[in-house]
Design a protein around this ligand. Structure first.
Ligand SMILES: NC(=O)c1ccc[n+]([C@@H]2O[C@H](COP(=O)([O-])OP(=O)(O)OC[C@H]3O[C@@H](n4cnc5c(N)ncnc54)[C@H](O)[C@@H]3O)[C@@H](O)[C@H]2O)c1
Length: 307
């Protein structure tokens, strides 16, 4: 039986990591030819010069009878992103599917966050997603088909301590994804985002602030697998998802979520406008029950996933 992405050519950035490798392997199993892109290196974005993780994913794909090549160019510059897309075109003749998944973290309380930590994280996630998508876009436009999936995060959608750089990049990626969907939808090109939750070294690198958090991470290791994220990603990349564009999903173990996207929820009208003093008198009381609480991811996802 033909796979759900049979004959498609895909790029998975960060394809040597936990979620990227699962997506690349499932894409190949479902009939795609895959460029597994990964610079290797630490979760903090240092020592990025190891093709080993990408080659390991490629070896797994080939062992299962699939087609893939490894690519070690970084997503975080215009020139090297062009090379990633060129590798797909040189080897397989086209580019159909792009998964913007490469990522690093650098945690710091906001008042201690340094420009280097800000820039490096934004460069890989936000700039990298733009560079790779932008390198693929003209080819998709020409062939009038294509699909993107970008990895977002609840750090941006909800909030997490000490991750201003990462949260800003991830919420930016949602804007990028939606803009691609709006700009390119009428050429038959789709773009969706996933905020994943799966065990990986990235989760291990997040400091456990409490014993409860450590216990949750241990449970996550058992229940929340990268393969769960891959199932949703591969569906969204396939033509079976042709009616789904510009959306934000979540995936955590066997649970899948569809996120809302910001819309005005209340309107205050005052003929002649609102002076600050009038706002001070009226706004806090009028909007009191509608303000978004300053919850963090763990508050919103307060239940654990079943196996
Ligand atoms: N694991 C989770 O629960 C979770 C939660 C929210 C978001 N995410 C996002 O999912 C994606 C995958 O994360 P993961 O958990 O599998 O982490 P991971 O560390 O296992 O994988 C990330 C991969 O990206 C690669 N990479 C880093 N910089 C790169 C660059 N410049 N060019 C190419 N490759 C690069 C790394 O070498 C690594 O293999 C990331 O975007 C991450 O932010 C993960």
């Amino acid at each position: 039986m033909a796979g759900i992405v049979e004959g498609k050519v895909a790029i998975v950035t960060g394809g040597g990591g936990a979620i990227g490798s699962a997506i690349a392997r499932l894409l190949a199993k479902e009939g795609a030819k895959v460029v597994v892109n990964d610079v290797g290196g630490s979760v903090f974005g240092t020592d990025q010069n190891d093709l080993g993780p990408a080659q390991k994913t490629v070896a797994d794909i080939k062992a299962a009878g699939g087609e893939a090549i490894a690519n070690g160019d970084s997503v975080s510059s215009w020139e090297s992103a062009q090379k990633i897309v060129q590798a797909a075109r040189d080897t397989y003749g086209k580019i159909d599917l792009v998964v913007n998944n490469a990522g690093i973290i650098r945690m710091a309380s906001f008042h201690k966050m340094m420009p280097k930590d800000w820039e490096d994280v934004i460069n890989v996630h936000l700039h990298g997603s733009f560079y790779v998508a932008r390198a693929a876009a003209p080819h998709m436009r020409e062939q009038k088909s294509g699909a993107f999936v970008h990895m977002a995060s609840t750090a941006g959608l909800v909030g997490t301590l000490g991750m201003a750089n990462y949260a800003a990049a991830k919420i930016g990626i949602c804007g990028l994804s939606r803009s691609i969907a709006i700009d390119m939808g009428h050429f038959g090109i789709r773009s969706n985002a996933i905020a994943p939750a799966a065990h990986s070294r990235m989760i291990d690198a997040t400091p456990n602030q409490t014993p409860e958090m450590a216990a949750r991470i241990e449970r996550r290791q058992r229940v929340q697998k990268p393969e769960h994220i891959a199932n949703l990603a591969v569906f969204l990349l396939s033509d079976a998802a042709k009616t789904i564009n510009g959306q934000i999903f979540g995936a955590r173990g066997p649970e899948i979520y569809l996120y809302n996207q910001p819309r005005p929820i209340r309107t205050l009208f005052r003929s002649g406008g609102w002076e600050p003093k009038v706002l001070a008198e009226q706004l806090p009381q009028m909007l009191k029950t509608s303000l978004t609480p300053l919850e963090r991811t763990g508050d919103v996802f307060s239940w654990d996933v079943d196996e």
